[in-house]
Design a protein. Structure first.
Length: 285
C-alpha cells in the first residue's frame, strides 16, 4: 500500500497502542512548578511496574550512584524531574512495543539493539559537546527508528517487501520504504511522536536525523542523533535495516563543533556506555 497521508495512516491503525493515562498525569505534575518530589512520586507509585522500573534504572550502572536508592521520592530527588521524565517516557514506549511479531521474519530485536546503541552513543556525544540534556539525547537515540517498528508491526507484508528491495537493489532502507509505501520511517515516527504530544526536540530528532540540514530548530540534538546513528551503523551494532553507512552531514558536523579525532574518543567509550545502558535491554524483550 502507498501511504498518502501519514497522519491519517497513524490515526487509522486500530490497535495502535496509546500512551497510558499515567504518563499524561505524570507530565502534568512535573510541569507544575508547585509540585514536589512526593507529589510526582504519588502519581508514579500508582503503577507498580513503572515505579519498579524507575528504581531498577536508578540503581543500575546507567546512573552509577554509590548509595542504593530505595524509594521513588528518593529517586526523583537524586535524578531530578527531567531524568525521571525520560525514564518514564522510555519505559512507557518500550512497554507498548516490546515483544515479537511472527508475521514478518525480520528480527525486530536487532532494530532495538541498533537503537539502544544509538542512544548510548548519543549520550557520549552529548557529553563531548556539553549538550545540556544527556537524558534527552539518550531518549532521542532510542526512539530515532520508532517508525521502522510501526512499519514492521502494522504493515508486515510491506516491511517484508522493503527488506527484499533493500537486498535486491542494494539501497538504503529509507529509499526502499519510499518505493514500497511512499514515505519513510522518519515521516511515520515523527508523526507518531507528534500525535503523542512528545517534546518538539524529540520529534525533530526522529524527523531529521537522516537529513539534519532540513531541521529549522533543535539542530544540536538532531545532529547528535545523526552522528550517533552513523557510528552505530559503522560499528555494526544491531541492524538498521541495511548495510549502508551514510556520510556525515557537513551542517551537523559543524553544529557540534567537533574534531575528527573526537570520533576515536567516542568509539573508545561505546562498550562501557553500552554496559551502563544494558538495563534497558530488559524492557525491550
Amino acid at each position: 500500500m502507498k501511504i498518502e497521508n501519514v497522519q491519517d495512516f497513524i490515526r487509522q491503525i486500530e490497535d495502535l497502542p496509546t500512551l497510558p493515562d499515567l504518563y499524561f498525569k505524570f507530565r502534568e505534575k512535573i510541569d507544575d512548578p508547585k509540585a514536589s518530589a512526593n507529589d510526582v512520586a504519588k502519581v508514579i507509585s500508582s503503577d507498580q511496574a513503572i515505579a519498579s522500573a524507575i528504581l531498577r534504572v536508578a540503581n543500575s550502572a546507567f546512573y552509577g550512584f554509590m548509595r542504593r536508592i530505595t524509594n521513588v521520592p528518593h529517586a526523583i530527588v537524586i535524578i531530578g524531574f527531567n531524568g525521571i521524565h525520560h525514564i518514564v517516557l522510555n519505559m512507557t514506549v518500550l512497554n507498548l512495543f516490546k515483544g515479537k511479531n511472527n508475521i514478518c521474519d525480520f528480527n525486530i530485536g536487532k532494530i532495538w539493539e541498533h537503537s539502544l546503541a544509538t542512544a548510548a552513543i548519543a549520550k557520549i556525544i552529548a557529553r563531548k559537546v556539553n549538550y545540556s540534556n544527556l537524558e534527552e539525547s539518550f531518549t532521542a537515540g532510542l526512539l530515532h527508528d520508532i517508525g521502522k517498528v510501526i512499519i514492521y508491526k502494522y504493515l508486515p507484508q510491506e516491511f517484508r517487501e522493503i527488506i527484499e528491495e533493500v537486498k535486491k537493489s542494494n539501497i538504503r532502507i529509507r529509499d526502499a520504504e519510499e518505493k514500497v509505501i511512499g514515505v519513510d520511517h522518519t515521516d511515520i515516527g515523527s508523526c507518531l511522536l507528534t500525535e503523542w504530544n512528545f517534546p518538539k526536540s524529540l520529534v525533530s530528532a526522529v524527523a531529521y536525523h537522516l537529513n539534519p540540514f532540513l531541521a529549522k530548530e533543535n539542530i544540536q540534538i538532531v545532529s547528535i542523533v545523526h552522528l550517533a546513528d552513523i557510528i552505530s551503523r559503522a560499528l555494526e551494532i544491531g541492524d538498521g535495516g541495511d548495510s549502508k553507512i551514510p556520510l556525515i552531514c557537513e551542517e551537523a558536523w559543524n553544529s557540534l563543533g567537533m574534531l575528527v579525532e573526537d570520533i576515536d574518543d567516542i568509539v573508545s567509550e561505546v562498550d562501557s556506555e553500552l554496559d551502563a545502558s544494558s538495563i534497558f535491554r530488559e524492557f525491550i524483550k
